[in-house]
Design a protein around this ligand. Sequence first.
Ligand SMILES: Cc1cc2nc3c(=O)[nH]c(=O)nc-3n(C[C@H](O)[C@H](O)[C@H](O)COP(=O)(O)OP(=O)(O)OC[C@H]3O[C@@H](n4cnc5c(N)ncnc54)[C@H](O)[C@@H]3O)c2cc1C
Ligand code: FES
Length: 286
Amino acid sequence: MASPAPAEATAAAGPMVPRPFRVAARRREAADTWTLALEPADGGPPPAFRPGQFNMLYAFGVGEVPISISGDPAAGGPLEHTVRAVGPASAAICRAEPGEQLGVRGPFGSSWPLQAAAGRHVVVVAGGIGLAPLRPALLGALAARERLAGLVLLCGGRTPEQLLFRSQLERWGEDPRLELGVTVDSAEPGWLGQVGVVTTLIGDAPFDPASAVAFVVGPEVMMRFAIEALLARGMAASDVYISIERNMKCAVTHCGRCQFGPTFACREGPVMSFAAIERFFRTREV
Ligand SMILES: Cc1cc2nc3c(=O)[nH]c(=O)nc-3n(C[C@H](O)[C@H](O)[C@H](O)COP(=O)(O)OP(=O)(O)OC[C@H]3O[C@@H](n4cnc5c(N)ncnc54)[C@H](O)[C@@H]3O)c2cc1C
Ligand code: FES
């Protein structure tokens, strides 16, 4: 019997076995943050994914961590991930040079409900590294812009240097299809934009709360204030979606690491409506 092609063999091995991917390109986004483009080392096609889904990236010999896919789902080609070095595994992934290999399992999890946004305003609120999991949704919303009532991106960083995808942000700032608000917590000489936390942009943002759907990712405290501001504008909790970035180990509902009550963040999440998650969102990790 003929042996299976490498990609088929990897798929047959199941969702717990990492597939080797080669770093095709690496781009620095901020002092501690890199975007890596990964292509399958076995020559097969990269897996399809939906905006908001994540992969488990394995730095061989160091550790495996969940990282959202930050590239364009419609583009095909290498899978992009934008990673902030905060500990051993994420730092090892950020150090991976073109040609080196990482293990990839996935994609896993739920996605931003772009289909349900037809005819409505889409409001994207990103804090820091939170822009990475939201970027595929923004690119998808721009591709389907004529079907939306409006598109707003509110984006915050600690400093101008910490803002991700800066050249893309500049292009989006000139794109008439998108209303862009950018702010930083503390400015540096030469910064001409706004100063303050991103949640302060929500009150005056140009969208109709009655017909809006919001996607929010950032540090938990930022998400809390953003949700409050969106609800204060009159949005329903069921129209506000967040990405729950609780720690994960298996990503396939085996280990219980991401479980809260009957819900597994790796299965029902990471993207969930605030209405579905409210009770647990206010609970710290156990
Ligand atoms: C679904 C999902 C998607 C994610 N997407 C991205 C992404 O696109 N880019 C990215 O850079 N990171 C992302 N993360 C976070 C990333 O997985 C963690 O930063 C990583 O697991 C840290 O592992 P480490 O071994 O490098 O550091 P560790 O030694 O495990 O942790 C270092 C520090 O980071 C904190 N930390 C660890 N995990 C998290 C977490 N999930 N959230 C907040 N703080 C954490 C720890 O408490 C500790 O203070 C995502 C997490 C989840 C669950
Ligand atoms: S990460 Fe293991 S159960 Fe979700």
